[in-house]
Design a protein around this ligand. Structure first.
Ligand SMILES: Cc1ncc(COP(=O)(O)O)c(C=O)c1O
Length: 398
């Protein structure tokens, strides 16, 4: 296993406390795509937890076909029409790896929109790879991972796969379920990564930028604050990209899988100081290809500048979410406040029982998290999808 990595990468891993036995696991995460598989909403959770990078059985995938899909935080509709057209126009050039400078155009557009230098932006096929990769790079057997609880489990799973200590800190119930950055630092003052997902998956709640800045100012040397902004366009709140532009120890992740409706097209971004990115890339050695789908690149680039369409889609989601909340209230059901296209609803009974009941009505709702076993995550779909959710709820309550 020793020569999977360059000499420099090997030395770095050993110095940070990884053993040679873990090299194979690291290589599997970075090279064979198990990170993306583990993050897949369709993966069977138990297989991923055991560290077996196995895809969900095909029956599990097919069972979702024909259902109202409110289980995976996807967008209810595809890319904006202009963006889809830009992507479709690329299909005929599919014989070329790079018919034009599409990758550079994406980086240039991100730089203009986010006001982050081009040198600080890397595109990826989704954000799952850079999410797992930051754990490999900045955590180790001696420097743990700290996250909120509940939060998106990808980083937990990667850490577990690598034998990295995971510290989970409850969200701030008294403050709109924001991430408790002070408690996170206190819980492990020498961690490698403090992961803040804002808006948070599964709650949809936002952590104020002031709290993220506090964490950046007080965290230990050699660590990073990893800000996962997968859902930020649904919230319209200020981004931590500013901290990247200011050259702080921050990595910001974005994906085009959510509001931009591109989950199956695969495109994501990491924004970070070049030296942090260089560390993240050092394990790839000669195998690094970096080629992205030209359809995804063209669609994504054309999406970013559609500010009116972004607001319109956000407002459609908010309207559907608020109507759903009004319906839940009729039954006295409680839910957490949300700023994104998902919410947690408390059934006051095992969440799986309700998930099964919804499935019988052909509505696929989301999973629950061990800390809140009576709550389910529900993705906000179209007005029509949410109407189907409410009708199914009426049937279940009757
Ligand atoms: C918070 C968060 N981060 C990252 C991802 C990964 O998404 P993708 O790999 O499609 O970019 C997801 C997907 O659901 C997510 O919820």
């Amino acid at each position: 296993m020793g020569d999977l990595f360059s000499k420099e990468a090997r030395e770095d891993l050993l110095e940070r406390g990884y053993s040679r036995r873990q090299f194979g696991r690291i290589s599997a995460l970075l090279g064979l795509g198990s990170a993306a598989i583990a993050a897949s909403p369709l993966i069977s959770g138990t297989a991923a937890a055991k560290g077996t990078p196995t895809r969900a059985p095909i029956e599990e995938v097919q069972s979702k076909v024909g259902m109202v899909r409110l289980g995976s935080n996807e967008c209810w509709t595809g890319p904006f029409p202009d963006a889809a057209q830009a992507g479709a126009a690329m299909v005929q050039y599919g014989n070329r790896y790079e018919p034009t400078n599409l990758r550079a155009q994406l980086i240039e557009t991100v730089s203009q929109v986010e006001k982050v230098p081009q040198t600080h932006i890397l595109p990826w096929p989704g954000s799952s790879d850079p999410l797992s990769r930051t754990v490999v790079t900045f955590c180790s057997p001696t420097r743990g991972l700290v996250t909120a609880d509940p939060t998106f489990e990808n980083a937990w799973r990667t850490a577990a796969w690598l034998g990295v200590k995971v510290t989970k800190v409850p969200l701030r119930a008294e403050n709109r379920y924001a991430t408790d950055v002070r408690a996170m630092l206190a819980a492990d003052p020498n961690a490698g990564i403090y992961y803040v997902c804002s808006p948070n998956n599964p709650t949809g709640t936002v952590t104020p930028l002031a709290d993220i800045k506090w964490l950046v100012a007080h965290k230990p040397a050699g660590s990073i604050v990893l800000v996962d902004e997968a859902y930020i366009h649904f919230a319209g709140t200020p981004s931590a990209a500013k901290l990247v532009a200011d050259n702080k120890d921050v990595v910001v992740l974005r994906t085009f899988s959510k509001l931009f409706g591109m989950a199956g097209l695969r495109l994501g971004l990491s924004m970070a100081r070049p030296d942090l990115h260089a560390k993240m890339m050092r394990y790839d050695g000669a195998s690094q290809s970096g080629t992205l789908s030209i359809v995804a690149l063209a669609t994504g680039t054309a999406s970013l500048t559609q500010s009116a369409a972004i607001v319109e889609r956000r407002n459609q989601m908010i309207a559907a979410r608020e109507e759903t909340f009004a319906h839940l209230k009729k039954y006295g059901l409680t839910y957490l406040p949300s700023n994104a296209n998902m919410f947690m609803v408390d059934w006051k009974q095992p969440a799986q029982t309700m998930r099964d009941a919804f499935a019988r009505s052909k509505v696929d709702i989301g999973r629950s998290w061990p800390i809140w076993p009576t709550m389910s995550r529900v993705t906000v779909g179209s007005a029509q999808d949410m109407q189907a959710f409410c009708t199914a709820l009426d049937q279940i309550m009757a």
